[in-house]
Design a protein around this ligand. Structure first.
Ligand code: AMP
Ligand code: ZN
Length: 113
């Protein structure tokens, strides 16, 4: 997607602080962290949001979640972290390239605001 900021991060056109990458996945620090650890995990391939993913994306979506576990271990937060995706504007999605927020390092409230 030509004007997608996360596609530009995935291609290296826009800089980010990468904490994990593999052939399908990239994870980088959120610019505006909401917790001591706040990482965004994206597929390199553009998908707008979870609700626009296809059955054929199942393996990729699974890889994103398993990447989160690797990142949590790498950042020493595997004992307690939150993995969130905001699906659609009403849920707070600002960037239309599917991403999971990995949040950790503070007490997480429930229900989330
Ligand atoms: P969401 O509101 O779920 O779409 O989350 C978008 C997230 O992307 C927000 O937490 C922003 O702080 C973050 N963000 C936007 N631009 C960048 C960027 N260039 N590098 C890192 N994080 C970004
Ligand atoms: Zn994109």
């Amino acid at each position: 997607m030509a004007d997608c900021i996360f596609c530009k991060i995935a291609s290296g056109e826009i800089n980010s602080k990468v904490v994990y990458e593999d052939e399908d996945t990239l994870a980088f620090l959120d610019l505006n962290p909401q917790a001591p650890t706040h990482v965004l995990i994206i597929p390199r391939r553009h998908i707008d949001r979870l609700s626009t993913a296809a059955d054929s994306d199942a393996e990729l979506l699974g890889k994103l979640q398993l990447a989160a576990v690797k990142i949590a271990k790498r950042l020493n937060v595997e004992s307690g972290f939150r993995l969130v995706t905001n699906n659609g504007k009403a849920a707070g999605q600002a960037v239309d390239h599917i991403h999971y927020h990995l949040l950790a390092g503070r007490k997480m409230l429930w229900p989330p605001g």
